[in-house]
Design a protein around this ligand. Sequence first.
Ligand SMILES: Nc1ncnc2c1ncn2[C@@H]1O[C@H](COP(=O)(O)OP(=O)(O)OP(=O)(O)O)[C@@H](O)[C@H]1O
Ligand SMILES: [Mg+2]
Length: 223
Amino acid sequence: MSRHTGSIPFTKEDLCNEAVTVLSKGRWANADLLLYSNGNGNWVVKDFSPCPSLVRRTYGRFMVNREVRALQRLQGINGIPKNPFQLHRLALSYQYIPGKTLKESKKEPVGSHYFLALENLVQQMHERNIVHLDIRYMRNILITDDGGPALLDFQSSLFLDKIPRTLHQLLKIVDISGVYKCWQKISPESLDDKRREILESVEKKRSLWVFKGYPLGTRLSRR
Ligand SMILES: Nc1ncnc2c1ncn2[C@@H]1O[C@H](COP(=O)(O)OP(=O)(O)OP(=O)(O)O)[C@@H](O)[C@H]1O
Ligand SMILES: [Mg+2]
């Protein structure tokens, strides 16, 4: 039986007692991704506890905090994981979204309809003053079972509130070009000239940029 603390749908103690499966095992500075099911639905738990102590005490805590805050600000947008909360200092949780990552769907027909919806989702996120900065990585994007887009992994996101306004457009175009990059990889024939030109102009400048998602290309991928 789940115990509830305040408005939190479950506690870390519940994880020991009920069905948990591993979605993906972390490596060094990557969290473990668990799937937990209870009477309130299916939940993803992103847990940095198994990481080395240095990661837990610094990066892990910071990442959990940042991702929870970003997800909370984005609530209400279709395609954003719902009901995020901090489970404990080193773990957050949010609702599971049934679907496939864009990486897994690479060989399947995905057309302009999907990518226009993804572009729109990214614009809605920008209207809430958040940039994602890791949209090129196709394991961070889902095609849901309904055929729509969902955006995951706000670890490297940035709140624009305290960033100088002159940089906002540049950071937003990094995200938008990430959408076009995925579009070009998966369905190049459906990418129109206007968007292709934007992508090409960003690609030319990109080698000089710091904002590639992870500093200096040091993505700590589990694959
Ligand atoms: N809400 C969700 N619904 C469905 N699947 C999810 C959800 N959140 C995460 N996942 C799955 O877990 C994977 C990893 O999630 P996430 O990108 O947040 O972690 P990560 O530590 O950055 O991993 P990676 O290095 O693979 O990107 C996703 O690619 C996806 O398969
Ligand atoms: Mg990720």
